[in-house]
Write a protein that binds this ligand. Structure first.
Ligand SMILES: [Zn+2]
Length: 320
């Protein structure tokens, strides 16, 4: 999300992987994994549901290759994408909306209304940061490319935004498929949507569950804790996080406990390294050794910038 993440992605990722393909994870359910690659911002996970009236895509990634993999999947099956559900407005989850809209005219986007506020606040500041980074890059084409790509997403404006605002939780039919839609206000963002498919018992949690560490940039800590408690009450068998591999109920329980412990640690005067140690011990195998350096860098950054201070951003975001 932030300037810092450009540096983190450069430091931690080792190589660019081949374009991923959607993998079956349950009946009528496919997962296109997002990931961190060298020198660029992440893509979030996308879930594709084969619904009676066409394909439902939950989150569209950030980079053109990710969204194109969804377009190619739909074209191979000769089924159009008819609906997009965005779990939240972070660019690694909505950046592919314009490409899907142009490939499948008539696609309907469902999301909370939080993007509008973010465009005036967080994303307006992000645009300023990108413009500054471009000035610093001068005419170095290679350095400019990732910042220009981010600005291009922001410039898409209305093509990123929902056609249907999710303002209440409940059961609804999307593209002929019965789904339970959840809405957490002031959690990872001001409006986080999740969805549950009772036919497969798959829960798509968006960035309420994010590995190798929670992304706190726009988070309200107490709201996020409440949102995780609400997810616990959903009778899911498989939970798809916003970033990372699908998990079962026991793994989610570990994530949730480690999350609460991390916020408690952040609110104490324990040194940052010990908070990161506690997080990694709590989540265990959910964060393999190869991803622990990235988790530590993220947590170092968030403890310094978001979780601590006179008026921590993670508390300020809970105010109206
Ligand atoms: Zn994300």
């Amino acid at each position: 999300m932030l300037r810092k993440l450009f540096a983190i992605a450069c430091l931690c990722a080792t190589s660019a992987s081949a374009a991923a393909q959607p993998q079956s994870i349950a009946p009528h359910t496919y997962l296109l994994r997002g990931g961190f690659e060298a020198g660029r911002q992440p893509d979030g996970n996308s879930v594709i549901l084969l619904a009676p009236d066409g394909l439902i895509v939950v989150d569209s990634g950030r980079h053109p290759g990710h969204a194109q993999a969804i377009v190619d999947f739909a074209n191979r099956r000769d089924q159009p994408v008819v609906a997009i559900i965005n779990t939240h407005w972070h660019l690694d989850h909505i950046g592919g909306n314009p490409r899907l809209r142009s490939a499948f005219p008539g696609v309907q986007v469902h999301a909370s209304d939080a993007l509008a506020g973010a465009m005036q606040g967080f994303l307006a500041r992000y645009r300023e940061q990108l413009e500054q980074l471009l000035r610093e890059a001068g005419d170095d084409v290679g350095k400019r490319a990732p910042f220009e790509a981010e600005l291009a997403i922001l410039d898409a404006g209305p093509a990123l935004a929902p056609d249907h605002v999710v303002s209440v939780a409940g059961e609804r039919s999307v593209a002929g498929l019965s789904l339970r839609i959840g809405l957490a206000k002031r959690a990872a963002t001001e409006g986080d949507v999740w969805l549950y498919d009772p036919a497969t018992r798959v829960l798509v949690a968006g960035d309420l569950v994010t590995l190798p560490a929670p992304f706190f940039d726009t988070a309200c800590g107490s709201g996020w804790v409440s949102a995780l408690a609400a997810l616990e009450d959903v009778p899911f068998e498989t939970l798809v996080p916003g970033h990372g591999a699908p998990m079962g109920r026991a793994a989610f329980g570990r994530y949730r406990a480690a999350f609460v412990q991390l916020l408690d640690c952040a609110a104490s005067d324990v040194e940052p390294k010990a908070c990161a140690d506690g997080w990694l011990a709590g989540v265990g195998e959910l964060v393999p050794a190869s991803e622990q350096p990235l988790a530590r860098m993220l947590l170092d950054y968030y403890l310094d910038q978001v979780l601590r201070g006179d008026q921590p951003a993670v508390q300020k975001a809970c105010e109206a």
